[in-house]
Design a protein around this ligand. Structure first.
Ligand SMILES: Cc1cc2nc3c(=O)[nH]c(=O)nc-3n(C[C@H](O)[C@H](O)[C@H](O)COP(=O)(O)OP(=O)(O)OC[C@H]3O[C@@H](n4cnc5c(N)ncnc54)[C@H](O)[C@@H]3O)c2cc1C
Length: 291
C-alpha cells in the first residue's frame, strides 16, 4: 500500500520543528529514521497531514561523555550506539542489545529518539532506558521539559509526549564501579522483535549485591523493571537458590500477552529462564564468586 498524501517540511532546527508541529495542530508527525513510521504510513495506520523531517538538523546526532553522565542526541542511529567506543566503555549492555535490533540496514537508519518515541512493547531501547535510569529531554514551543524513563512509557506505542513536543536528547547516568551486566533475548528469527528480553546490571559492594537492576521487554504493554526481584537480590550474594527466588518473583509479577508468536504462559516461562541466565552472567562479569 501507499501512504495517504501528506505535506513535507524539511526542518532546519529544533525550534522550526516544534513550530511546525504546533502549527499543524496535532496533524503532523516527526520523520526520523522512518523505520517504524513509514510502514505505519504505508499500511495507513497513521494518516498525518504533514511530515516534519528532522534528518538535516545539525548537531542532533551525538554521543557525548560528561563528568557523571552520557548525553545522546535524538537522531543518533542504532548502528552508532552499537559501535561507539563511549557506549562500549560505559554501557556495554547497550552495545550488545543493539545487535538484536532488526537488521543492519534498519540499524543504519533507525534512531534512539524514534525508538523511544515509538515505544514498541517489544523494543530494546525503551527497556534499556528503564534499566539505566535515563532521562528524556523534550522541547515544545513553550520550552524544555525533562522526563524520567520511568514516567515516559504509558502503554503500547504511547508515551508522555504531546503532539507539539520533540525528543531532543537522552541523558544516562554513569554506572558505579564494579558493575556487571547482561543482555539476553529470544526472538523467533534473527532481526525479529523479541518474544522476550532481559537486561541486568549488578553492582557489587564488599562482595555482595549492592544494587540490582532488572529490565524486561516483550512481556507487557510497556517495558518493566522487576522491582520485587531487585529488592530480593539487594544485600545478598548470588546463589542458585537466590536466582530461583528471583525467577519466581519475576514470573509472579509479569502479565505477558498471548499473540500469534507465543502464548502468555510460554513468555512467562521464558522471562524466568532469561532472568536466571542474565543474573548469572552479570554476577560473573562483576567478578562475583561462582553461584
Ligand atoms: C523489519 C523491522 C524490524 C525491526 N525490528 C526491531 C527490533 O527488533 N527491535 C526494535 O527495537 N526495533 C525494531 N524495529 C524498529 C526500528 O528500531 C526503528 O528504527 C525504531 O522503532 C524507530 O526509529 P526511527 O528513527 O526509524 O523512527 P521513525 O520511524 O522515523 O519514527 C517513529 C515514531 O517516533 C516519532 N519520532 C521520531 N523521532 C522523534 C523525536 N525525536 N521526537 C518525537 N517523536 C519522534 C515519529 O513521529 C513516529 O511516530 C524494526 C523495524 C523494522 C522495519
Amino acid at each position: 500500500m501507499k501512504p495517504v498524501a501528506f505535506d513535507y517540511v524539511l526542518a532546519e532546527s529544533i525550534d522550526t520543528t516544534v513550530a511546525a508541529l504546533a502549527a499543524a495542530g496535532g496533524e503532523a508527525k516527526i520523520l526520523a529514521g522512518g523505520q517504524s513510521l513509514v510502514p505505519m504510513l504505508n499500511f495507513r495506520l497513521l494518516r498525518p497531514a504533514i511530515l516534519v523531517d528532522i534528518n538535516r538538523i545539525p548537531d542532533l546526532a551525538f554521543i557525548d561523555e560528561r563528568a557523571d553522565h552520557i548525553a545522546i542526541g535524538a537522531l543518533t542511529r542504532h548502528y552508532r550506539l552499537e559501535t561507539s567506543p563511549i557506549i562500549a566503555e560505559h554501557f556495554p549492555v547497550v552495545a550488545e542489545a543493539m545487535r538484536h535490533v532488526a537488521h543492519l540496514a534498519i540499524r543504519n537508519r533507525g534512531t534512539i529518539g524514534g525508538s523511544l518515541s515509538h515505544a514498541d512493547p517489544a523494543a530494546e531501547l525503551p527497556m534499556l532506558a528503564l534499566l539505566l535510569d535515563a532521562t528524556l529531554h523534550v522541547v515544545s514551543p513553550t520550552g524544555p521539559r525533562a522526563i524520567a524513563a520511568w514516567d515516559f512509557f504509558l502503554g503500547p506505542l504511547t508515551v508522555d509526549l504531546a503532539a507539539d513536543e520533540m525528543l531532543t536528547r537522552v541523558t544516562i547516568p554513569k554506572l558505579p564501579p564494579v558493575t556487571g551486566w547482561s543482555f539476553v533475548e529470544v526472538a523467533r528469527r534473527t532481526g525479529d522483535f523479541a518474544l522476550a528480553a532481559v537486561a541486568v546490571t549488578l553492582t557489587l559492594r564488599d562482595g555482595l549485591i549492592g544494587e540490582a537492576r532488572i529490565a524486561m521487554t516483550g512481556i507487557d504493554e510497556t517495558p518493566k523493571r522487576a522491582d520485587e526481584a531487585e529488592a530480593l537480590l539487594a544485600g545478598r550474594k548470588l546463589t542458585a537458590d537466590l536466582i530461583d527466588a528471583a525467577i519466581a518473583a519475576v514470573r509472579a509479577n509479569v502479565n505477558p500477552p498471548t499473540d500469534l508468536h507465543a502464548s502468555s504462559d510460554y513468555r512467562r516461562h521464558l522471562i524466568g529462564v532469561l532472568t536466571g541466565r542474565a543474573l548469572a552472567d552479570a554476577w560473573r562479569r562483576a567478578g562475583g564468586e561462582k553461584p
